[in-house]
Design a protein around this ligand. Structure first.
Ligand SMILES: Cc1cc2nc3c(=O)[nH]c(=O)nc-3n(C[C@H](O)[C@H](O)[C@H](O)COP(=O)(O)OP(=O)(O)OC[C@H]3O[C@@H](n4cnc5c(N)ncnc54)[C@H](O)[C@@H]3O)c2cc1C
Length: 417
């Protein structure tokens, strides 16, 4: 079967790799000059099933009020924008803030994230792919006692679904990661997820694309998809600026651009971009960079050691598709990193980046079939696209082969909206 994969981010490339390994003819289309150059380029680096708690949860509204006016607020809505897509998205987001929906969304996210973590390990064993990865887990640290006790309750829910999270005293946090010493007096405790991992999503995407190409995948870079066309109840072509591309099956993995493209065949996906920032510093000659990946709950910032670099990422701005960074927010990230890990790296030469997370209102990705029998969706992975890419790709291969996927797809499809 000839499969057209739309998008060469981490999700599209992982899908292409799985599909070519199954013996299909695979063509990947991307507007960029190479693989993984948009949201998969410089993300937080965490393979974090432990981040399965959705943004929409009962505590978020109070938190947003508390953050109002702060330049380093983890989540910012640009209220002034008149953007119907944003308001519609926010309405759905609010509906997902109940305790019952939060629990349901945790289960759905964990289902994909845990499966994906296992599939990533298997892929590593199968290919030997290297991407500055570490397998020393992720440690979430808390300052506010109330936030810590809420997180312990959420961890209990996650444990029920199969994620091991160890409650740590401040002393235990310091034993795991001595570089936390500078802020130890402010900490209340931590939660360690020993099986979570880290790695450079861009390196992974580039190396996996090389493996996929060696196996016969045809990558068409510099090609922009404008839409899809149907005939007789099936997708018959992808319309691009280089002419039509035809296949038997189409896998849509266009990140934040996915809703615009599927709208051409009448499908509405509530994916809205949440702009996030990262900075990367060289750790050579600096003794205070963490070895264990850290999530600083109060500022919703993540820290990952990638070889001899430290990646720091965080913040979310719901402000449309514009990628222009807000200097104040990038600076806030740098300021926080300097406080947490004063000797963590060469902050004076930090490299800044911004990307658009393809975010759904319930924080659950959109994976699975559509009303068109030859169009599959693999998109909307939001804050966890790197975590979920390997597993989502296996689901695409299963569906392409008409096999039941290894995990249930209930609650993951577009029809839940
Ligand atoms: C600051 C930040 C930190 C993050 N940290 C983490 C983390 O620690 N762990 C984690 O799991 N996730 C993290 N994420 C989320 C993760 O990076 C994303 O979910 C993931 O990269 C999405 O991958 P994707 O392949 O779906 O999208 P993308 O990487 O955006 O890929 C989509 C591709 O489609 C192409 N494309 C789009 N439109 C068109 C078109 N019309 N025609 C042709 N090509 C097109 C683009 O060029 C792009 O290559 C973070 C994100 C941000 C912004």
């Amino acid at each position: 079967m000839r499969v057209i994969v739309l998008g060469a981010g981490v999700v599209g490339v992982a899908s292409a790799y799985r599909l070519i390994r199954e013996g299909h003819e695979v063509v990947v289309i991307d507007r960029g000059p190479g693989a993984g150059l948009e949201t998969s380029f410089a993300n937080g680096g965490q393979i974090s099933a432990s981040h399965a708690e959705p943004w929409a949860n009962p505590a978020v509204l109070l938190k947003v009020l508390h953050w109002l006016g702060r330049s380093d607020a983890p989540l910012v809505f640009r209220w002034a924008r008149w953007d119907p897509a944003l308001w519609l998205w926010l309405g759905r987001f609010l509906r997902n803030c109940t305790p019952a929906r939060t629990r349901r969304n945790i289960e759905r996210t964990m289902r994909v994230a845990l499966y994906s973590r296992t599939m990533l390990k298997a892929l590593r064993a199968e290919t030997g792919i290297a991407y500055d990865h570490r397998t020393s887990g992720i440690l979430h640290v808390y300052r506010d006692p109330r936030a810590f006790s809420q997180a312990c309750a959420a961890a209990e829910t996650m444990r029920v679904y199969g994620l091991e999270r160890v409650v740590c005293s401040v002393a235990a946090c310091l034993t795991l990661e001595p570089a936390l010493e500078a802020i130890a007096p402010q900490l209340t405790g931590g939660l360690h997820s020993p099986d979570d991992e880290t790695g450079d999503a861009h390196l992974f995407t580039v190396h996996l694309a090389e493996l996929a190409r060696a196996a016969g995948t045809d990558f068409r870079f510099g090609v922009t998809v404008r839409g899809l066309e149907t005939e007789g109840g099936r997708i018959v072509r992808a319309v691009t600026d280089h002419g039509p591309m035809t296949g038997d099956l189409y896998v849509l993995a266009l990140g934040s651009d996915s809703p615009r493209i599927v709208r051409t065949v009448g499908l509405r996906l509530p994916i809205y971009p949440a702009k996030g920032y990262s900075l990367t510093v060289d750790t050579t000659g600096f003794a205070g960079a963490p070895m264990v990946s850290i999530t600083d709950d109060e500022y919703k910032m993540v820290y990952a050691r990638l070889g001899d670099r430290l990646r720091v990422a965080g913040t979310a701005e719901l402000a449309g598709w514009d990628l222009t960074p807000t200097p104040l927010r990038a600076e806030a990230l740098l300021k926080r990193a300097r406080v947490l890990f004063p000797d963590g790296g060469d902050y004076d030469h930090a490299v800044f980046w911004a990307g658009l997370r393809p975010t759904t209102p319930d924080s659950v990705p959109i994976i699975g079939p559509t009303p068109w029998p030859n169009l599959l969706l693999n998109t909307g992975h939001g804050t966890l696209g790197w975590t979920m890419a390997a597993g989502s790709a296996c689901i695409m291969a299963d569906l392409a082969a008409n096999r039941p996927p290894a995990i249930a797809l209930e609650g993951l499809g577009w029809e839940r909206f």
